[in-house]
Structures are given as structure tokens and as C-alpha cells.
Design a protein around this ligand. Structure first.
Ligand code: ZN
Length: 578
């Protein structure tokens, strides 16, 4: 259906009920029916794509026709089982209703259904995407369902149950397939990766699972694409590149800025990404995604549909004191950003974020700002990675925003002449600068890319380091993301983590260095509560009027502290890799 090769999907398709991931409530009921010989004549399998509906239908067909079924499972070895596995079972008829939606197709089906099965006991008709059938076709199908030939079993599958007529529903035994949790998908991917000899970081598998939104089929296809593109070793950067996600951390950053009602920082992030030629639609998508996780966390949904622990940690922290209404408002406004006119212009996203940060969606702030932003926001070329839209006087794309882009925000809310521009930056870049010392740090990351510490792959954690600064006999590292920092604190507290890190540092820097985390003492305890995030908020509070800052966030007068959350002991997402 996706047009891709789907080799993994086919190869790793479950062949038994107990291999169907995450749908035990369905498969156990079906096995019980098979054991007790109480199989219904029509089933309706509902649920999101890629959750195992058609695989389950095929296993059912196999078990029904198996010569030696065991405990409700097909034996897998008899002629009929093998025929189903090899897609040559004549008594299993699979119909895609999307391309066979007319009444003639169903009449044809009905005529053929009258004939007795060939090698099997039952003819099994699987009608996928059954909601696509035309009204006439449904009527014809209903007649068949009302008086089914005794040797025929219908399995209807749909992603849109509400489009299936009630008359059909009432004739079927219905099963609802669940969207798969992140863990289930990661487990399965780890199993496939192991068998296929693919060496992928746990973070990669987690990213794939997240991107696939609970669809195992999509996840398997993504893993396959990655393996085809990058060979048997896949790291997180490659995965992000292929998935077009740019930088997941930027999305989290922007989400946090939105939750903190910090328009200045939000605009800085947007413009930094625009200058780097990032796909702003993706940035928006990623940000909405993360915020959505925040909504779900706020609403008490634990699993949050397979979001990363990082994102959840970050959202839980930033979302404290933010009302559900505000979150919803931010997401709604971001969804409105329309990139169709000009995909590479930051303007739509800027307007969306400013609207999101105003109390009312229709507040005049964004409208007033639009003209001010427009001249610089309009790029010369429609697309492409060229950061050509900077003012000519600006330096080449260092990963830093240019402050003059943020200035209109303040001029929109205050008098135009008021100095609004750059407040001195804290010496803490949020992204790796390309300084000479970074080559050595890059070597550390590279050396640790496959090294597991106490709980995590160290290289993957250390990629979140924004700066590594040598000072005497210590190497002080600072982070762009609190949740990653916490994990590294834990790794450094454990000899299994610290020892390989310091060895790699010694190899790269040519001297033995004690690795410490900036702003923490040698035990990893936080020395200060001031972080870059804090100062952003302080600056925002100073430069922004209360009119634009959400009063739900203390009106910008008492900036929320970004303290390292001490209760967050992240779940290891590495344990499934066997
Ligand atoms: Zn069999």
C-alpha cells in the first residue's frame, strides 16, 4: 500500500497468533474460538493501520484450514499452512476494497463463495479497508452475511469503523486493534534488527517507533529504509536525517519556549532553524508532536502514544503550571501555520507562535507584527538548504540567531524606539559550536557510539552535549536538554558509565581529564538553579511586555525556574535490544 518494498514487513509478518504484537485481547479470543470450534462467520477487525489486522486475518485463515492445529494455533508445517505463508492458498481470498469497491466485485465474490473450498475446510474472504465499499456493494455484502455459505468465513478489516454501516456491524463479531505502544514496537524492531544483523542504537529504534505512531508496519518499513540507506550500522543522526526530522531537540526547545510563553526565544529558535535551512514544516510538526505529548501527560495518559521519554520529561517539566487550555491553544495555533505559500519562509511559523502566546488567538499582536516581520521573512528562493535569507550584513550561518529578527516582537508591543535587542548571551551555546576543541569531543562521541554505560549507549547521550570545555584537569560539559543531562549525571555516578567516558576523553584529548557537568559539583549535584533557560525567561520578562506573555505563567514577572528534576530517573530504553 505504501509502494515501498516492505521486505521486512513481509518477512517478519507474524505467522502465529502468539506472534502478533500487542493484541493479546484479540488473538486469545480467536484461539479460544478455534479450540472450542465456535468460530463466527464474520469478523470485523477495526483499528489503526499497521497494527496487525490483516496478519491476524491470515493467521485465522491458516488456523481454520490447518490439518494439525494445536491449541488454537496453526501448525505452520502442513500443506495448507505453508500455502498460506507462501501466499498461494486458494481458499484465502484477499480483497482490497479500496480498489474493488463496486457492487460487481461483491457479486462476483458472492458467486464464487458458493463453491466449496479447495484444499482447505473453509474459504476465508478478507476484505481490507471495507469501509471503502460503495453503498450497493455493502447491500450485496449484507445479503451474503445474512445467509453465509457454511464453509465461508468473512474477515472485514477497517481503519474507519464509523464508515461501516450498522447493518454490517451487527452481523460481525467485532475486534478492536490497539495502536501499539512504543515499547512493543521497539521490542519488535530490536528483534528484527538482531536477526537481520542491523546494529542500531536503542535511541534509533525508539525514534522509529515514535515516528511510526504505533504502526508496526510503518516502523518495519522505516527500519528497512534505514538499513537500505545506511547499511548495517545505523546511528541517531542518520535516522533523523532520513526521517526528515532535522533536530528533535529543536522541536522540544520550541515547545518549551511556547509553554514558557517566551516569544523571544521561540522566534530565535525558528530563525536559527530557518537560517540553517531546516524544514520549518517539520519543525512545526515536531513541536506539535511534543506538545501533544504534553497534553496527554497533562491529561494523565501515561503512554502518550509512544513519545520519547526525553520529550515527556521535558514536557512534564515545562508544562508545570501551564493550564490544559493554554496547551490546547498553543497546539491549535501552531496547527494553523500554513506553509503552502512559501515553505521556507519562517513567517507562518512566527505568526503562529506569536498567536499561540497571546491570550486570545485573535489578539492584534501577530497582525501588528506581520508587516514588520515580512520584509526580512521573505526569502529570495522558494526552497533549498541555502540560508540566503539573512540580512547581508549578518555573519554566515553560525548556529545562533540574529537578534534583530526578534526585535520586532518588542517593537510591536512597546514603542518602536525602545531598545529591545540583544541582551548578552550566557556563554552556553545550546548547539555544538564548530570550535576546534569540538573535533576532540566529536571523537569522544564517536568512540562511545557503541559503548553501553550503566544503562544507556554513552555516545548517544553525549550527543546532547552543547559544549565541552577543558579547564585545567577537568572537562566541563553542558547540555541542551535537561533530561539528557540527568542521564549523564547517572552514568557519571556509576563506574560503568564514568570509566569508558573518561577513557574516551583521555584518548581524544591526549590527557587524563575529570569529566564534570557544568553547574554541578563533582557528585553531580546542582550548584545553581540558573540555566540558559532561566536567563531567556528573565530576558523575555525584561524585554516583553505583560501584554504578550501569558498571565498563566506568572505574567513574566516571576520566571519559572528550570531546575534539574531530581525525581526523574529515566526508564532505560535499552533493555529490549536482545
Ligand atoms: Zn497446519
Amino acid at each position: 500500500m505504501t509502494g515501498r518494498s516492505e521486505v521486512f514487513y513481509r518477512k517478519w509478518r507474524p505467522q502465529r497468533f502468539d506472534e502478533v504484537a500487542g493484541q493479546d485481547h484479540v488473538t486469545q479470543t480467536l484461539r479460544q474460538a478455534l479450540r472450542t470450534d465456535r468460530v463466527a462467520h464474520a469478523y470485523l477487525l477495526c483499528g489503526p493501520r499497521g497494527t496487525g489486522k490483516t496478519s491476524t486475518a491470515r493467521i485465522l485463515a491458516k488456523a481454520l484450514n490447518c490439518r494439525e492445529p494445536r491449541d488454537g494455533e496453526p501448525c505452520g508445517g502442513c500443506d495448507n499452512c505453508v500455502a498460506v505463508t507462501e501466499n498461494r492458498m486458494l481458499d484465502l481470498i484477499e480483497i482490497d476494497a479500496a480498489s474493488n469497491r463496486g457492487i460487481d466485485n461483491i457479486r462476483d465474490l458472492r458467486d464464487k463463495a458458493r463453491f466449496a473450498p479447495g484444499s482447505g475446510t473453509y474459504k476465508v474472504y478478507v476484505i481490507d479497508e471495507v469501509h471503502q465499499l460503495s453503498g450497493d456493494a455493502f447491500d450485496a455484502l449484507l445479503k451474503t452475511l445474512e445467509e453465509p455459505p457454511p464453509h465461508v468465513i468473512f474477515v472485514l478489516a477497517t481503519t474507519e469503523t464509523h464508515r461501516v454501516p450498522a447493518t454490517i456491524l451487527s452481523r460481525c463479531q467485532r475486534f478492536d486493534f490497539r495502536r501499539l505502544s512504543n515499547d512493543v514496537v521497539v521490542d519488535k524492531l530490536a528483534e528484527i534488527a538482531g536477526e537481520e544483523d542491523i546494529d542500531a542504537d536503542p535511541e534509533v529504534l525508539s525514534l522509529i517507533a515514535r515516528t511510526a505512531y504505533g504502526s508496526l508496519r510503518d516502523a518495519e518499513n522505516l527500519l528497512e529504509q534505514l538499513a537500505v540507506s545506511y547499511g548495517s550500522e545505523i546511528n541517531l543522526d542518520q535516522a533523523l536525517e532520513l526521517l526528515g526530522l532535522g533536530d528533535a531537540e529543536s522541536s522540544i526547545e520550541l515547545a518549551i519556549a511556547a509553554l514558557k510563553s517566551d516569544p523571544k526565544q521561540a522566534l530565535e529558535i525558528i530563525n536559527r532553524e530557518a537560517a540553517q535551512g531546516s524544514d520549518l514544516g517539520r519543525l512545526r510538526g515536531g513541536t506539535v508532536d511534543v506538545l501533544r505529548a504534553g497534553l496527554l501527560v497533562k491529561a494523565g495518559v501515561e503512554d502518550a502514544l509512544g513519545q520519547s521519554q526525553d520529550a515527556l520529561d521535558a514536557m512534564a517539566e515545562a508544562g508545570r503550571g501551564v493550564s490544559l487550555e493554554k496547551l490546547l491553544h498553543v497546539v491549535t495555533e501552531l496547527e494553523k501555520a500554513d506553509f503552502r505559500q512559501n515553505p521556507s519562509s519562517p513567517l507562518p511559523l512566527e505568526i503562529a507562535i506569536l498567536n499561540a502566546l497571546t491570550e486570545r488567538p485573535t489578539a492584534p499582536v501577530a497582525a501588528a507584527l506581520a508587516p514588520a516581520l515580512a520584509p526580512v521573512g521573505r526569502p529570495a528562493a522558494p526552497a533549498g538548504p541555502a540560508p540566503a535569507r539573512r540580512p547581508q550584513s549578518a555573519p554566515p550561518p553560525v548556529p545562533r540567531q540574529q537578534p534583530q529578527r526578534a526585535a520586532p516582537v518588542t517593537s510591536g508591543t512597546q514603542s518602536p524606539g525602545q531598545p529591545a535587542g540583544p541582551v548578552p548571551e550566557p556563554a552556553q551555546p545550546r548547539r555544538p559550536a564548530r570550535a576546534p576543541g569540538d573535533e576532540r569531543w566529536a571523537q569522544v562521541i564517536k568512540e562511545l557510539s557503541r559503548t553501553r554505560g550503566a544503562r544507556f549507549i554513552l555516545g548517544a547521550l553525549l550527543r546532547a552535549v552543547g559544549e565541552a570545555k577543558q579547564d585545567g584537569d577537568t572537562l566541563s560539559i553542558s547540555f541542551r536538554q535537561d533530561s539528557m543531562e540527568e542521564r549523564v549525571v547517572n552514568e557519571l555516578a556509576d563506574p560503568r558509565g564514568r570509566s569508558p567516558i573518561e577513557t574516551a576523553v583521555e584518548n581524544a584529548y591526549g590527557v587524563k581529564l575529570k569529566v564534570v557537568i557544568a553547574g554541578r559539583d563533582s557528585n553531580g549535584a546542582a550548584k545553581k538553579t540558573t540555566t540558559a533557560m532561566d536567563s531567556h525567561i528573565v530576558r523575555a520578562a525584561v524585554t516583553m511586555g505583560a501584554r504578550i506573555v501569558d498571565e498563566g505563567n506568572a505574567g513574566g514577572t516571576t520566571p519559572a525556574k528550570v531546575e534539574p528534576s531530581d525525581e526523574s530517573v529515566p526508564e532505560p530504553d535499552t533493555d529490549q535490544s536482545g
